[in-house]
Design a protein around this ligand. Structure first.
Ligand SMILES: Cc1cc2nc3c(=O)[nH]c(=O)nc-3n(C[C@H](O)[C@H](O)[C@H](O)COP(=O)(O)O)c2cc1C
Length: 186
């Protein structure tokens, strides 16, 4: 079986971020499946300039080029999505603008007051413009689960509805991943 290379992209670089919890969790679930080879991409490791920024340093511009090149290795992407003022984080939007996701599937694990739903819906629209295929099922970690992870040491695996949503999302990512990989090869 040809494995699909999947990137889990951590969409927040904030100090003390929650993002590591969903990133580790969804990467673990994806990696446990035979059809995927999974790599976590942390935007902290890619301190990039903004797209076309005049004052960018050489190092920032080089990192942006590295990021763009790195993204091309993958057959699909899962984003952890923090919601800042009802939208995705600026750092994630910039990383997306710098990339290329044409004819590849994307999936979202959101969190926040309403499970990051508003930020995820923004991203779905953005990825239509980028000719990516957004899989139907989002994973939405709402405030009670978010708090229980931080304060009571619970795991995302303790929530059957999240595990179920993740399974469905990964099933869809595999289907679209295979279909679009074959189509890209023609
Ligand atoms: C600038 C800012 C704006 C925020 N706006 C929202 C919001 O619109 N909706 C929401 O549910 N949570 C909002 N939050 C709370 C975040 O969901 C929460 O801080 C979450 O942990 C952010 O993800 P991170 O910790 O991975 O950066 C906001 C947080 C910040 C820092």
């Amino acid at each position: 079986m040809i494995k699909l290379k999947i990137a889990v992209i951590i969409g927040s670089t904030r100090i003390g971020r929650f993002a590591d919890h969903p990133a580790k969790w969804i990467a673990g679930l994806a990696a446990s499946r035979a059809e995927f080879e999974v790599e976590v991409l942390d935007l902290l490791d890619y301190p990039m300039s903004f797209l076309g920024q005049a004052s960018a340093t050489e190092a920032q511009t080089e990192t942006a080029e590295l990021w763009k090149k790195k993204l091309r290795e993958f057959d699909g992407y899962i984003f952890t999505v923090a919601e800042y003022n009802h939208a995705p984080t600026a750092v994630l939007k910039n990383a997306i603008d710098l990339g290329d996701f044409i004819h590849k599937p994307v999936a979202f694990v959101g969190y926040g007051g309403v499970g990051g739903a508003r930020a995820v819906e923004h991203l779905r629209l953005i990825f239509v413009e980028m000719s990516a295929a957004s899989v139907k099922t989002g994973v939405h970690i709402s405030f009670p689960e978010y708090l229980s992870i931080l304060k009571d040491g619970k795991s995302l695996n303790d929530y059957a509805h999240l595990v179920e949503a993740a399974k469905n999302q990964l099933d869809q990512l595999a289907w679209w991943g295979r279909a679009l990989k074959a189509a890209r090869a023609v």
